[in-house]
Design a protein around this ligand. Structure first.
Ligand SMILES: C[S@@+](CC[C@H](N)C(=O)[O-])C[C@H]1O[C@@H](n2cnc3c(N)ncnc32)[C@H](O)[C@@H]1O
Length: 262
């Protein structure tokens, strides 16, 4: 195994640990560089050199481990942005407030690898069409965001029991307040779907990320009842070869993947 493969296997097996280690190593090297320049140059210039070093190192490291090009640019841009924002001399409480708001919004997204981005009503109505009109059903949205899907489904199918689960505290709170303001009888829980049991669900809607799909499929396969549906927007359900996935094209390159438990 060469050094690149060793780093890649570390990133794959222990992503958080490896990121922290690389961050720590880069920070130490950058402080050594700053200390070397500080004796001869003004502190601001030494700090600029330090940030330029971090930006170049981050971009090269991203390129070396094979991240898409746009991530190399983003990772290079972060240290530069730190330099720019530091130069504004804003009170540190502004940064603390920004950090807290973002932390409450994104919560443990760095662990789940499923950030927030919304789907649309076109997708929701395709899913509503999958529900039987003559019997009440249990519908669960995993990662329910601001609650649009659950509220929409409950309006379309008032006899359904609709539940949305969401990890992010701020996003969940907003969906809960929205549901109470609109007085629509569905439930929003601040919960991790991975700790739930899907046994009672007739339909589960997921718009997550490729990283979440293998474990979600296994959970659905193990827990869902025969005939129940898992609908995943955008991201493929990695099912066995002898199972079929129905695909509904929503817009260019965006597909709804429908799997039924057999
Ligand atoms: C791509 S967004 C989709 C939002 C919404 N379903 C929609 O279609 O508009 C994914 C959401 O899942 C949430 N999420 C990620 N992992 C989760 C988990 N394990 N349990 C519950 N929610 C999760 C994220 O916080 C985020 O709000």
């Amino acid at each position: 195994m060469n050094s690149r493969q060793i780093v890649l296997s570390f990133i794959k097996n222990r992503p958080q640990f490896t990121s922290l280690f690389l961050l720590f190593a880069l920070t130490i090297i950058s402080f050594v560089i700053k200390a070397l320049f500080s004796s001869e140059l003004p502190a601001e210039i030494a700090t600029t050199y330090q940030l330029i070093f971090i930006a170049i190192a981050a971009a090269l490291l991203s390129y070396w481990i094979g991240l898409p090009k746009w991530w190399c640019w983003i990772n290079a841009l972060f240290p530069i942005m730190i330099g720019i924002f530091q130069s504004f001399n804003w009170s540190s409480s502004i940064f603390l407030a920004g950090f807290l708001i973002l932390a409450l919004f994104y919560w443990s997204n760095f662990l789940t690898r499923v950030p927030y981005y919304p789907s649309s009503e076109v997708v929701w109505s395709e899913i509503a069409d999958l529900l039987p009109s003559d019997q009440p059903v249990n519908v669960l949205e995993i990662g329910s965001g601001f609650g649009g899907f659950c509220l929409f489904i409950k309006k379309q199918k008032p006899d359904a029991t609709v539940v949305g689960v969401e990890l992010s505290p701020i996003i969940w709170l907003y969906s809960r307040m929205r549901q109470q303001a609109l007085k629509i009888d569905c439930q929003f829980l601040r919960q991790d779907y991975r700790r739930m049991n899907f046994a009672q669900q007739d339909l589960i809607f997921a718009f997550l990320s490729p990283a979440a799909m293998p474990a979600l499929y296994l959970q659905a396969k193990k827990q869902m009842k025969t005939g129940a549906i898992l609908a995943s927007y955008c991201f493929e359900i990695p099912c066995a070869h002898n199972e079929t996935i129905e695909k509904i094209e929503i817009s260019y390159g965006k597909t709804l993947h429908i799997w039924r438990k057999t």
